[in-house]
Design a protein around this ligand. Sequence first.
Ligand SMILES: [Zn+2]
Length: 286
Amino acid sequence: MTRLPCGCAAAHEFCCDGAPDSVRRALLAAPALLLARPAGAVEWRGSPAQGGMLVGRAAPGTRVALDGRNLRVGPAGDFVFGFGRDHGPHAMLRFIHPDGREDPRALAVLRREWNVQHITGLPPAQVTPDAAALRRIGAERERLGAARAADSALTHFTAPLAWPARGRISGVFGSQRVLNGQPRQPHYGLDVAGPVGTPVSAALGGRVTLSGDFFFFGELLVLDHGHGVNTLYAHLSERLVAEGEEVAQGQPIARMGATGRVTGPHLHFSLSWYQTWLDPQPLLPA
Ligand SMILES: [Zn+2]
């Protein structure tokens, strides 16, 4: 199966229907998990839902594993994990405390309903790329995969996300895409529409791990926020930071544009935990 990076298009009216908002409200209404214990205290915030990211803190020296995979735990006990769009209903989080005591926690992963989004009027070459374009797309996918595999000790992910740009929400996470009548990969980001040149800022502090001009994403930036958490900013008209540069949360890093596969100017904003795309919208301020 050919797996294409997400393409985006502005001016999708579906985003104004009730579904995404209702999902968002449901996620926000779910009680944040906060489990304080007198000994070996562990706490985390976020809802275990498809597309959800959870940020936690355990006593320093605690080991944490999700479904048998060891998570990176910082010196202060910080850890993070997420669930992909199509994650199954169960997950097992296991803590091994410094005294050797094991503490398994079974998590029920909330299932979400995803929209189907029809986009028409895209140039056929962008929906069904030719052989040369496919080679380029393959090389770009490798570069992007390498950037998203970053596993640094940064802990910027512990801060709440900030909006990277202001504008109309023109596309939401998880929609099944049908481009010019052909089913394609789901939409793995949040689209914010606005005029070309609208400032784009870092949603979290971090380090620039990728800056390039890609077939589908157009001009893009990827930032590493630590422990596998990264954000991606696409369809830019201008990039203001370079690979390797450290950025602060809220720092202007780019300008909104209409480069790559788009039908209008917007920012495609993605959040991921290693190679797993997550939904940034429930984590952003209302
Ligand atoms: Zn998009």
